[in-house]
Design a protein. Structure first.
Length: 582
C-alpha cells in the first residue's frame, strides 16, 4: 500500500460529499437516474447502505462499484483475495462496530489503522472507529461481496480463538449458563448460598480461566481444614486456588444449580452438564460429577470443547503413513476400526475426527456413548442409560434396524456388545469403537478373552489404533540436551540416527508455557489386521506373535512412534518414557 495515498484518503472521502457515489454510478452508465432513485429509496426502507443493496439485488456488480468509488473519492482499491487478515488487528475494533458498519481492519502502522470498506461515504462509521480505537482511520475500498465473505469468515475465527478470552471481556456475574433438562428448586438451601455474587464470580472465573489455559478438567476438593481447586493442564494437575474451607458448601451448591442437580442430595454421586455461552458462535460444555467424601462433596468438571473435535486429522500428530492408513480404512464400506488406550489418551477426539470426515449428506451415522461428550450436528447421538435398559448392546440393536452406514459404540465392555458390533461389521456397516488395552496387538487377544470367536475377529476387525498423549515442548524455550550415544541406543534410537547426530530437546519453562510444555501431541500405533495377522489370531497366537508380525509388516509400536516425536523435537524423552511401555 502507498502510505501517502492512504494518508489523504479520509479527507478525500469527506470532500467528495455523500451524493457523489450515486452520481458517479449514473455517470458511468451502470444504471439510469430512475433506477438509482428507486434503489436509494429501497435501501433506506430496508435500512441498508446503498452499496450493499445494489450488490445484494444484483443491480450493479460489486467490482464496478468499487472501481467507481475508488476513482470518485481518490481512495486506494484493494483486492481482498490477496490479503492475509491479521486477527490481532481485527480485534482492535469491537464486533458490534464491524457488523454495524461492515468494515474490516487490515493493518496497523503506528497510530494509523487501515480499514477496508465498500462504501467510502460511510463517514459516521469511520468516525466511530476512530473514536473507539483512538487511532487515525485510513479507508481502503474493496468489493462488497468479497468484504461480506471475509467479514463472516474472520469473525468466526476471532470468535473461536483463545486469546479473545480475556477476563475483562466478560461480566462474571451474568454469564449465560444453562444446565440439564430439569429445573431445580434452590429454595431448600437458601438462595443466598447459590446466588451470592462473590461465589458466582469465583466459579465463573475458574471456569473461564480453565478454558483460556486449555485445561481438560477442574477439580473442587474439600478437606478437613482446607479447600483447593486444581486444573488438569496438558495431563498434569495444577493447584490454581485455595478458597476458605467455609465456602466449600456454597461453591458445591452453586455448581449443582448450574448443572441442575439435586442440591439437597449430598449422600450419593450425581452427574450433570453445564453449557457456558462465550459468544454468539461459541459455547463450551462442562460434564459435572459430584461425589461425597469425608469432608464434603468433591466436584469435577470435564471441559468439552467442540472445537477440539474439529481440529482435523492433520492436527492430531499421526505420521504420514499412519494418517494414510486411517483415511484408507475410513473409506471402506464395512469393517471395524478400534481405538485403544487408557482414559485421557485422546481416543474420543480420534473417533470424532473420523466421524467428522464421514459426516456427509449421504451417510447415516449413529453413535451410542456414555455419555455423548461433544454434540456433532448431522450425527445421531444416543446416551446409554443402563438403569432403563438402554445399554450399548440395546442401542446397537436399535441402530441396525434404522439402515445405518456408520455406527460408533463408545466402548466395547462385554461379550454381548462385542458380538453385535462384529456382526454389524460383517454385514455391510463400518463400526467404530474403543477398548482399554495397552497396545494394538493386545486388543485382539482381549476380544478373544471376552469370548469372541477368533475367526469372527479376523474377518471383521480391519484396523486398530493404539494411542497416548505426550506433553508438547514449548517452542519458545525448549533447550537442547547433551545425551551420550550409548544412552540413546539403550533408549531405543536407531544406530543410524545416533550416528547422524540427532539432537534431543528438554523443557525449560517460560512465560508462555507450563513447566516447559504447552499443548500435547499424539503418539500412535496404527495396525491393520492383514491376512497374516488374521491367520495368527485363528491359530490361537498371542499378542507377542501378533506384534512381531506387525513389525515385519512395517507397523510402528508406540515406543518407536514416541521416539520419532522426540527426534523431531516435539516432545522430550522423559515425557515419552512416562507414557509408553517398553
Amino acid at each position: 500500500m502507498n502510505d501517502n495515498a492512504m494518508s489523504v484518503a479520509s479527507a478525500a472521502a469527506r470532500t467528495a460529499g455523500n451524493i457523489g457515489l450515486p452520481e458517479k454510478l449514473v455517470q458511468d452508465g451502470l444504471l439510469d437516474e430512475t433506477a438509482m432513485a428507486e434503489a436509494q429509496k429501497a435501501a433506506r426502507e430496508s435500512r441498508q447502505n446503498l452499496v450493499s443493496y445494489l450488490v445484494s439485488k444484483n443491480i450493479v456488480e460489486s467490482r464496478e462499484i468499487a472501481i467507481a468509488a475508488a476513482t470518485m473519492f481518490g481512495v486506494p482499491l484493494l483486492d481482498l483475495d490477496a490479503v492475509q487478515i491479521d486477527l490481532d488487528t481485527v480485534k482492535l475494533v469491537s464486533d458490534k462496530l464491524l457488523h454495524k458498519h461492515r468494515v474490516m481492519p487490515l493493518m496497523k502502522r503506528g497510530r494509523r489503522l487501515f480499514v477496508a470498506l465498500s462504501d467510502p461515504t460511510n463517514l459516521h462509521g469511520i468516525d466511530e472507529i476512530r473514536f473507539s480505537t483512538s487511532m487515525n482511520v485510513e479507508p481502503v475500498v474493496v468489493e462488497e461481496d468479497k468484504l461480506q465473505k471475509v467479514l463472516t469468515k474472520t469473525m468466526e475465527q476471532v470468535d473461536t480463538s483463545m486469546p479473545a478470552l480475556a477476563e475483562d471481556d466478560f461480566d462474571l456475574e451474568n454469564l449465560e449458563v444453562t444446565g440439564g433438562e430439569e429445573e431445580v428448586d434452590a429454595g431448600a438451601l437458601g438462595r443466598d448460598d447459590v446466588e451470592d455474587a462473590p461465589i458466582v464470580r469465583f466459579v465463573n472465573k475458574v471456569m473461564l480461566d480453565a478454558i483460556k489455559k486449555g485445561a481438560s478438567d477442574i477439580h473442587f476438593e474439600p478437606y478437613e481444614k482446607s479447600y483447593r481447586v486444581r486444573q488438569r493442564i496438558d495431563g498434569v494437575l495444577k493447584e490454581v486456588a485455595v478458597p476458605p474451607v467455609q465456602l466449600a458448601p456454597k461453591i458445591s451448591a452453586r455448581i449443582k444449580v448450574m448443572a441442575r442437580l439435586d442440591i439437597a442430595e449430598r449422600r450419593i454421586p450425581q452427574d450433570g452438564r453445564i453449557k457456558m455461552r462465550l459468544s454468539k458462535n461459541r459455547s463450551i460444555d462442562f460434564r459435572v460429577s459430584t461425589c461425597p467424601t469425608l469432608f464434603g462433596e468433591k466436584t469435577v468438571m470435564r471441559i468439552l470443547d467442540p472445537s477440539s473435535a474439529m481440529l482435523g486429522i492433520d492436527a492430531l500428530g499421526y505420521e504420514p503413513f499412519q494418517k494414510e492408513l486411517y483415511l484408507r480404512y475410513l473409506k471402506k464400506p464395512q469393517g471395524m476400526i478400534l481405538v485403544t488406550g487408557p482414559t485421557g489418551s485422546g481416543k474420543t477426539v480420534s473417533l470424532y475426527t473420523g466421524l467428522n470426515i464421514l459426516n456427509v449428506e449421504d451417510t447415516n451415522i449413529s453413535t451410542a456413548e456414555d455419555p455423548a461428550e461433544i454434540i456433532l450436528p448431522g450425527i445421531n447421538q444416543v446416551n446409554v442409560n443402563p438403569k432403563v435398559g438402554l445399554t450399548f448392546a440395546a442401542a446397537l440393536r436399535a441402530f441396525l434396524r434404522q439402515d445405518p452406514d456408520v455406527v460408533m459404540v463408545g466402548e466395547i465392555r462385554d461379550l454381548e456388545t462385542a458380538e453385535i458390533a462384529i456382526k454389524a461389521a460383517q454385514t455391510g456397516h463400518l463400526v467404530m469403537s474403543t477398548l482399554h488395552t495397552n497396545d494394538a496387538p493386545q486388543t485382539l487377544t482381549r476380544l478373544v478373552d471376552m469370548g469372541v470367536k477368533p475367526y469372527a475377529i479376523a474377518t471383521s476387525v480391519s484396523l486398530i489404533i493404539a494411542q497416548r498423549l505426550a506433553r508438547r515442548l514449548c517452542s519458545h524455550c525448549k533447550q537442547p540436551l547433551e545425551i551420550p550415544a550409548e544412552a540413546l541406543l539403550k533408549e531405543g534410537f536407531r544406530e543410524e540416527d545416533v550416528a547422524a547426530g540427532i539432537k534431543l530437546y528438554g523443557p525449560k519453562g517460560c512465560g508462555s508455557c507450563t513447566d516447559g510444555y504447552k499443548g500435547r501431541v499424539g503418539i500412535y500405533q496404527v495396525m491393520p489386521v492383514t491376512d497374516s495377522v488374521g491367520r495368527i489370531i485363528m491359530e490361537g497366537g498371542n499378542a507377542i506373535s501378533i506384534n512381531d508380525q506387525a513389525k515385519r509388516e512395517g507397523v510402528w509400536d508406540l515406543r518407536t512412534s514416541g521416539l520419532n516425536k522426540v527426534k523431531d523435537g516435539l516432545t522430550s524423552l522423559e515425557e515419552v518414557n512416562s507414557v509408553t511401555i517398553e
